[in-house]
Design a protein around this ligand. Structure first.
Ligand SMILES: Nc1ncnc2c1ncn2[C@@H]1O[C@H](COP(=O)(O)OP(=O)(O)OP(=O)(O)O)[C@@H](O)[C@H]1O
Length: 295
């Protein structure tokens, strides 16, 4: 039976020497989601994704990917597609060479899908990869990862180098493509606008720890903003962060009941993420302009 989880971490910890990149992370990510992994620089996002791909090993704790140890064997490797940060390609190889290499390396290679995808995004098969723009390189890397027909696609900041318009187009094509494959996807980003555009599941990682994780609609339903005196925060809710007369809270007791809590408002995804980031930073909340998560 297929495991219902694409990623399952228990007390997952990764240290590089004395630096701890992940601390006691517990995570259960169900299949069929497009997951946004967000957090500031150095939060541990790439480390988590590299662990999921089997490129590095945990210091302690466990992580299973599609029910097995990451990169457990060749068959398992074929079930996971990875697009690394900066979408590395072989500069002197043409687009067509990349597809040939993909076919040679991957037993489950879907040559028709790769070829169609390359045509759809307007890439010239004869073009040397070193001459592609950042956006074209990202599209090539995504086509290669997807032509393996993986069950899980992992993207480490796939669109970071792209201008806003190219990024929007790339993210849209990413989610369409993942849907067409019937795959799950996990993508890291510190651009919240990317995540809002395509993700239906959110993981906030700050300072090596998972702050919150869950389906986006559930997170938005279970968090609220209380306007005014923080002392008026209803009992039984968890205060995530308070500043400038706005308190972001989690808990059913804060559901917008106009009689009991007349100044309770819904939160946006940005407010929710910034509240967890500010709490993790333990400092005065960053204003929208200087936050590490930017739009
Ligand atoms: N190979 C390494 N050796 C030593 N320290 C590392 C190594 N890789 C990452 N780190 C450290 O681990 C922490 C987490 O890094 P990681 O790259 O996972 O964060 P990130 O959230 O992906 O950051 P960014 O958004 O800047 O890419 C950082 O403090 C980083 O300096």
């Amino acid at each position: 039976m297929r495991t219902p989880l694409v990623l399952h971490a228990e007390r997952l910890t990764k240290r590089y020497g004395r630096r701890t990149a992940l601390t006691d992370c517990d995570l259960k990510i169900p299949r069929g989601r497009v997951v946004g992994l967000v957090g500031p620089n150095g939060a541990g996002k790439s480390t988590l994704l590299q662990l999921a791909c089997g490129l590095i090993a945990p210091t302690s704790g466990t992580l299973s990917v599609l029910g097995s140890r990451p990169a457990a064997n060749a068959a398992h490797l074929a079930r996971v597609g990875f697009v690394a940060q900066d979408t590395p390609v072989y500069a002197s190889f043409s687009v067509a060479d990349h597809l040939k290499m993909g076919a040679w390396l991957n037993p489950s290679w879907d040559a028709a899908l790769a070829k169609r995808r390359i045509a759809e995004v307007g890439l010239d098969p004869a073009q040397k990869a070193g001459r592609l723009s950042g956006g074209q390189r990202a599209q090539l890397a995504m086509a290669i990862a997807a032509a393996k027909r993986p069950e899980l696609l992992i993207f480490d900041e796939p669109a970071a180098a792209l201008d806003p318009l190219a990024r929007k187009g790339f993210m849209r094509s990413l989610v369409e493509f993942v849907g067409e494959l019937g795959a799950s996807a996990v993508l890291s980003s510190h651009l919240l606008s990317d995540v809002e555009q395509v993700c239906d599941y959110l993981v906030v990682l700050c300072d090596s720890r998972i702050q919150v994780a869950g389906p986006v609609p559930d997170l938005l339903a279970s968090h609220h903003r209380i306007v005014g005196d923080p002392a008026r925060t209803p009992a039984g809710v968890e205060v995530i962060w308070a500043e400038h007369g706005h308190t972001v809270v989690r808990g059913e007791a804060a559901a917008p009941d106009r009689t009991a809590a007349p100044d309770t408002e819904p939160v946006t995804l940005e407010e929710l993420v910034l509240a967890y980031m500010s709490r993790a930073a333990g400092t005065v909340a960053a204003s929208r302009g200087d936050a590490a998560v930017s739009r």
